[in-house]
Design a protein. Structure first.
Length: 245
């Protein structure tokens, strides 16, 4: 059984939750973060074992400091960090407000940036950082301007991290999901009809004949977290069912 300890930011629903369950089933110890007590409690109840949860807002640097201090006290060191917390709110470029821009960049990029920075002292040698980005970085979708920018910004630092953190034995790689059925669509402000049309479109046009599910992404994240990927640096694994072929 695996004894590694892995932190998943934004791990209470969707991709983060699926990855937590998959890792726990393989024997990993998992730490989840979430922004609401209700979602955190529900996730912990469903996962049951080898998991601990913390309320922590990735856009709040003082809360990241508190989280790292708590984990250092509890575990000493962490073996893997899955930067998964993120938001998407659909808006055209012309209609994007300053508040939406700031919120998206604060969570998706700034929060991710400083989470990584503050976790460095408690990451083991060797250890793995996995960034959850999106196919929007290389495939264009309308009404995603600031979301696309935030994910592209996150991907852009992976090379730098791999050079600067190499002496510490810390590697960074990327998982890039395609359109995935998860709560992120509902949270985006899309109508039920729009969500259904989106999922139906990608189901019908995908070579696999269905929409990507969070469970499809979990094994890829485990591979990148595990020692099986020790020689990988700055790799990006696209998990989209072939929709961007």
């Amino acid at each position: 059984m695996n004894t590694k300890t892995v932190v998943i930011t934004g791990g209470t629903t969707g991709i983060g939750f699926a990855c937590a369950k998959y890792l726990i089933d393989l024997g990993y110890k998992v730490v989840l973060t979430g922004r609401t007590q209700r979602n955190l409690d529900n996730a912990l109840l469903k996962l049951g074992k080898n998991v601990i949860g913390y309320l922590s807002d990735t856009s709040n640097l003082s809360e990241i400091d508190t989280l790292v201090a708590q984990l250092k006290n509890t575990f000493g060191k962490i073996d893997g960090l899955f930067i998964n917390a993120g938001i998407f709110k659909a808006s055209s470029f012309e209609d994007t407000s300053e508040s939406l821009f700031d919120e998206t960049m604060s969570i998706n990029f700034k929060g991710a940036f400083f989470t990584i920075q503050k976790f460095i002292p408690i990451l083991t040698n060797p250890s793995s950082i996995v960034l959850n980005t999106s196919i929007v970085v290389f495939k264009t979708f309308a009404d995603t301007a600031v979301y696309t920018a935030s994910k592209a910004a996150l991907e852009s630092i992976a090379k730098v991290l791999n050079i600067e953190l190499a002496p510490k034995g810390i590697r960074t790689n990327v998982v890039s999901p395609g359109v995935t059925e998860s709560p992120i669509q509902k949270k985006s402000g899309m109508s039920d009809e729009a969500i259904t049309n989106l999922l139906d479109h990608f189901s019908s046009t995908s070579p696999i004949g269905r929409i990507v599910q969070p469970n499809d992404i979990a094994p890829i994240v485990e591979f990148l977290i595990s020692d099986k990927s020790l020689v990988l640096r700055n790799e990006k694994i696209i998990v989209d069912g072939g929709t961007t072929l």
